[in-house]
Design a protein around this ligand. Structure first.
Ligand SMILES: [Zn+2]
Length: 98
């Protein structure tokens, strides 16, 4: 696998800024239904969406059904709750807030 010199650019669904993929967290619509958050090094298959490690971007995405539109699904209340829990418990989220 050749090492990519230029990172692919992805758009944060919270603030719509396009940045290198590594600085974003990937959400995935998993086959069983529901939304998973990829951990670094993991590669989940399924439709994905990207968010900064910034609480404000996640909060924007929770509004207006942004996550559901990006993943082309209707997240259940439990999915959103799980994502909220993720930002609450993940210490990396929030520290890079602009
Ligand atoms: Zn963002």
């Amino acid at each position: 696998m050749p090492a990519a010199r230029r990172e692919p650019q992805r758009t944060c669904i919270g603030c719509r800024e396009a940045v290198g993929r590594r600085s974003l967290v990937r959400l995935v619509r998993v086959a069983e239904g529901g939304v998973a958050v990829e951990v670094p090094g993991q590669r989940l298959s399924g439709r994905g969406a990207y968010l900064h490690r910034s609480r404000s971007c996640w909060e924007s995405a929770f509004q207006g059904a942004t996550i559901g539109k990006a993943l082309r699904m209707s997240p259940k209340a439990g999915d959103i709750e799980g994502l909220r829990r993720y930002i609450e418990t993940n210490s990396g989220i929030g520290v890079e807030e602009v």
